[in-house]
Design a protein around this ligand. Structure first.
Ligand SMILES: N[C@@H](CCC(=O)N[C@@H](CS)C(=O)NCC(=O)O)C(=O)O
Length: 206
């Protein structure tokens, strides 16, 4: 039985929950991190030495880093078209998965911290505007890609759409001035219809 460690409000745990749902895998989940603590306990640190969630146990195999976990699950349990058999297509999905962490997520996370977790009187308007513009610039790149095909890596939903969808859910639910992005908006409409997204990701922001 797969065992996932991590609380349901964590963006990185949500990626794994959504992946498990797409792959129709049975699993048990143990609350950890955030209000549940325990991530700095010695026994948890043997699962994830960073003291962060998520961590995944698959029998004797223990994994951490959400994107590595999602990649493992798709490689181990996925089949085409969810997990493309063509290595070039898989690499394209990997590229967008890495791009989420390196390019899209930092400004979206900065917006979350400012707009949701910082009292109004202490918010840095310059930082908010800078992050909004950086997120928009990144989403512009994604928009041009999505003009060519319906999902991030091509014609089919793949693991790449999971981290991107988690970041997009934050973007679309933050109180922000959001100019229309024709192709990203249409893709997000498709994302919203994935049952795994609805079940695990499309929750009130915390
Ligand atoms: N790069 C790591 C980041 C993990 C991470 O930052 N997790 C956050 C939650 S999203 C965490 O554990 N924070 C401490 C806590 O929740 O107690 C991953 O993708 O797994």
């Amino acid at each position: 039985m797969l065992r996932l460690w991590g609380h349901k409000n964590s963006s990185n745990v949500q990626k794994v929950l959504w992946a498990l749902d797409e792959l129709k895998l049975d699993f048990e989940r143990v609350d950890a991190g955030g209000p549940f603590g325990r991530v700095k306990d010695a026994d948890y640190l043997t699962l994830n030495p960073n003291g962060l969630v998520p961590a995944l146990e698959d029998g004797p195999l223990v994994l951490w880093e959400s994107h590595a976990i999602v990649r493992y699950l798709f490689a181990r349990y996925g089949s085409p078209p969810l997990q493309p058999s063509d290595l070039g297509e898989r690499a394209r999905a990997d590229a967008w998965t890495d791009w989420q962490f390196g390019t899209l997520w930092p400004p979206v996370r900065a917006l979350l911290v400012q707009l949701l977790r910082t009292p109004a009187e202490r918010r840095d308007q310059g930082a908010i505007e800078g992050a909004r513009r950086a997120a928009l610039a990144a989403l512009g790149i994604l928009d041009r890609e999505l003009a060519r095909h319906p999902w991030a890596a091509g014609e089919y939903f793949t693991l790449a759409d999971i981290p991107l969808g988690v970041a997009a859910q934050r973007w679309y639910n933050l109180p922000l001035d959001r100019p229309a992005l024709q192709h990203v908006d249409a893709w997000y409409g498709r994302i919203k219809r994935r049952p795994g997204f609805e079940r695990w990701v499309d929750l009130p922001l915390t």
